[in-house]
Design a binder for this molecule. Structure first.
Ligand code: GRG
Length: 292
């Protein structure tokens, strides 16, 4: 199966798993409609797919991974809803569709984010396929990755760095927290559930740091040279908002070189894990070359 077919196949399975997860909430009211709106708005499901690929590098029966993958996607979705709010990035368009607070209203969008964040942990807690030991570890990792020493900290630093050019080390620290931590959770949780050994988790931690940076640099590059229709959002907004980005700091070619350097480092880290057959190799290439 080509990597594009692999992604499509698992996007569908992740979407089905998310529908299953939100079934208990499906009695329609303004809050659940708002949560469902963003969950169904057509995200790439990259983090769940990375988690599945990481799990599959160790074990094949992937059923066990879906509640964790769904919980992660709920948290990612909450972060995007809140990121788009007027008090943060104030964006009207996401994934080619009006943002949550535009369709509903600001208060509802805040609550939809709160609802998704808390429900993610509830859904994970109820999974009969996971042991209590596994759940405890996953709760801890997921809270750490998304919380005040992880993604939320990254968002705060990002807001504080607005309208100024920050040095590349600072930019990298923001990204490692803001987008990197959830990607790292995806990789580590998948491998942990698949039975990876402690030293393998350490190399995967390193691998995840590099692909997180690859993902972010490509995101910045696409904001310069991407196609609006393919991306589902306007390009050029980083420059307009005078944001510190890799192309702004290094130039477009410098940013590409920086990205390719991390791609190489990602493969090197993955080699050290000692898994020869893994979709994580193809996914690294996909993240480096992605157009959307
Ligand atoms: C509000 C607490 C809080 C956190 C927000 C991740 C984040 C933190 C904000 C997103 C800002 C942003 C656009 C970052 C660039 C990289 C990124 C995370 C893009 C969105 O992720 P994709 O491309 O989105 O995986 P889809 O729509 O495919 O799910």
């Amino acid at each position: 199966m080509s990597i594009n077919d692999y992604i499509k196949t698992y996007q569908k399975r992740v979407n089905d798993a998310l529908e299953e997860a939100i079934k208990p909430l499906a009695a329609s009211n303004r809050l659940t409609d708002s949560m469902l709106y963003s969950l169904r708005a057509g995200g790439k499901r990259l983090r769940p797919i990375l988690m599945i690929a990481s799990y599959e590098s160790f074990q094949k029966d992937i059923d066990k991974v879906f509640s964790t993958a769904s919980a992660l996607e709920m948290i990612h979705t909450y972060s995007l809803i809140h990121d788009d709010l007027p008090a943060m990035d104030d964006d009207d368009l996401r994934r080619g569709k009006p943002t949550n607070h535009i369709v509903f209203d600001e208060a509802t969008a805040i609550l939809a984010g709160d609802g998704l964040l808390t429900y993610s942990f509830e859904w994970l807690a109820k999974d009969p396929l996971l042991s209590d030991r596994e759940k405890t570890k996953l709760f801890q990792w997921l809270a750490e990755a998304s919380g005040p020493a992880g993604m939320v900290a990254g968002q705060m630093l990002d807001l504080q760095a607005e309208e100024q050019q920050v040095p590349i080390e600072q930019l990298e620290n923001i990204h490692k927290l803001k987008t990197g931590q959830l990607i790292k959770f995806a990789i580590k949780a998948g491998a942990f559930l698949g039975g990876a050994k402690e030293n393998q988790l350490e190399y995967l931690d390193e691998f995840a740091t590099y692909i997180g940076l690859v993902f972010q640099i490509q995101d910045d590059i696409l904001d310069v040279i991407g196609d609006e229709e393919t991306l589902g959002k306007p390009v050029g907004s980083d420059e307009e908002n005078e944001k510190s980005t890799y192309p702004a700091l290094l130039g477009l070619e410098g940013a590409k070189k920086h990205r390719d350097n991390y791609e190489t480092k990602a493969y090197e880290a993955l080699e050290k894990v000692g898994i020869t057959e893994s979709r994580l190799f193809d996914l690294t290439k996909f993240l480096t070359e992605r157009k959307y």
